[in-house]
Design a protein around this ligand. Structure first.
Ligand code: FAD
Length: 417
């Protein structure tokens, strides 16, 4: 064995939202570590580019200057104030985001291209405690008695890092998740998504609401239109991989057809110009529990399959898991214990925080594939202020989301105009 080029207590593989947050929170604990990414920043990531209230909450924990950093340039980010649902039967429902009680000035969410968002977040990695190695690909991991021997590729040369523990934050297709946790892709809990940028889409909401079009042909899934700065929109579709395979669907063709022919969309896209290629990526959904830790490793973000199965949002959960990861690493270092048994507290804490929400979102994902019920709820809500407010709160408050799992909720709205 060659002498490893680097030796560390903690290695984070991936500097996207999951890995960067882990690093930033570890630095707040004054813990030295190495973080690697195969890309050099700024780099793109296929995404809807929508940053929810949960992401805003995590950015507030990271730095008091977050608004200036992430929203300061009007060409790079746009604040959005709500969601517009369009049910399969065409009824549309505007749901404003609840304003934060703590400060009405706090933007409830925003849309920013990932090439910008991820670059700003990675720029907050604290070099006093973190050694950031970009252009560095994780290739392999070997378990030894004393730790992990990690093979990396840097400038075309293979090198090794010796670490006492590793955080898998490489997103979909994580080597740490495959090799150490034994994860495989499950098409019933995995979506495929594509997105393109378009200029001149007409009819965008005046308060920059994000639009979710639950078209019949994309069930369970939806077509989205998210407004970006400078008159550009991020347009994409996401759909469960199980259904794509069963129906032999070509997502790009389906999106092109919907834009060209759907009565709600064709006029809005008549002067639109596609800006760059349509590209796709996978979404590992959090609709099934998995092992998130083991001997000397923890998984965060997409490597841990934590994407919301209804909304497709994964950045907020990646950042939340980064925070929890940093806390568990501190405990492991203090106890000098990196065993599977000790690190299992990570799984407990993650699922204590996120499972209720993920389970409810899985339920809503299944509900959205029942067009008649979905049309009925959206239709009722468009006429009922109380129901609209319930749905609005649902995005912030898990207890309110629970209402959707109770059959009495549907009976109540059936008899309540
Ligand atoms: C089409 C689509 C639309 C989406 N829309 C939204 C949305 O609007 N809002 C939202 O919140 N979420 C959305 N998501 C989900 C979101 O993109 C992910 O949940 C989020 O990026 C997860 O962050 P992460 O840090 O775990 O992984 P990633 O963002 O994928 O980051 C992983 C990092 O690891 C690096 N890496 C990968 N392999 C290696 C390796 N072998 N060695 C070293 N480095 C490596 C990569 O270069 C990358 O920088 C969408 C996803 C898709 C596919």
């Amino acid at each position: 064995m060659n002498t490893p080029k680097y030796t560390t207590d903690v290695l984070i593989a991936g500097a996207g939202p999951g890995g960067a947050s882990t690093s930033i929170f570890l630095a707040k604990e004054k813990i030295n570590h190495i973080i690697i990414d195969k890309a050099t920043f700024p780099r793109d990531k296929i995404c809807g580019d929508a940053l929810s209230g949960k992401t805003v909450g995590m950015l507030q924990r990271i730095t008091a200057d977050w608004q200036q950093l992430f929203l300061g340039d009007e060409h790079k980010a746009i604040v959005c104030c709500g969601i517009q649902f369009i049910a399969p039967g065409n009824t549309s429902l505007d749901v404003p985001f609840q304003l934060n009680n703590a400060g009405k000035q706090t933007p409830p969410g925003f849309v920013s291209k990932r090439i910008d968002f991820d670059n700003i977040l990675a720029g907050l990695i604290d070099r006093q405690y973190a050694t950031l190695l970009t252009g560095t690909l994780l290739q392999d991991i070997e378990e030894t008695d004393e730790g992990l021997l990690v093979t990396i590729l840097q400038n075309g040369e293979q090198q090794q890092i010796f670490t006492r523990m590793i955080v898998g934050a490489e997103g979909r297709g994580s080597i740490v998740a495959k090799k150490l946790a034994g994860h495989t892709m499950d098409p019933a809990h995995f979506s495929a998504g594509i997105r393109g940028y378009y200029k001149n889409v007409s009819g965008l909401h005046a308060q920059h609401y994000i639009e979710l079009h639950f078209l019949q042909e994309f069930q369970p899934g939806y077509l989205w239109i998210f407004p970006l700065a400078d008159g550009v929109a991020n347009v994409g579709v996401g759909m469960l991989s199980k259904n794509i395979a069963a129906k032999k669907i070509n997502l790009k063709q389906m999106m092109a057809d919907a834009i060209a022919t759907h009565p709600n969309l064709k006029n809005r896209f008549s002067n639109a110009v596609q800006d760059g290629p349509i590209e796709g990526w996978g979404l590992p959904l959090g609709s099934k529990k998995r092992n998130l830790s083991g001997n000397r490793f923890l998984l965060t973000g997409d490597a841990a399959s934590l994407i919301d199965p209804f909304t497709g949002e994964g950045i907020g959960n990646a950042m939340v898991s980064g925070l929890v990861t940093s806390r568990i690493i501190k405990k492991a270092l203090d106890a000098n214990n990196f065993s599977e048994q000790f690190l299992a507290q990570y799984d407990e804490e993650i699922y204590k925080k996120l499972w209720t929400e993920l389970k409810l979102s899985h339920y809503l994902q299944q509900l959205s594939s029942k067009p008649r019920l979905f049309n009925f709820i959206v239709g009722k809500a468009s006429r009922s202020k109380e129901l609209r407010e319930t749905i609005s709160c649902m995005f912030e408050n898990v207890d309110i989301r629970k209402k959707f799992m109770n059959p009495l909720f549907y009976l109540k709205i059936l008899f309540n105009r």
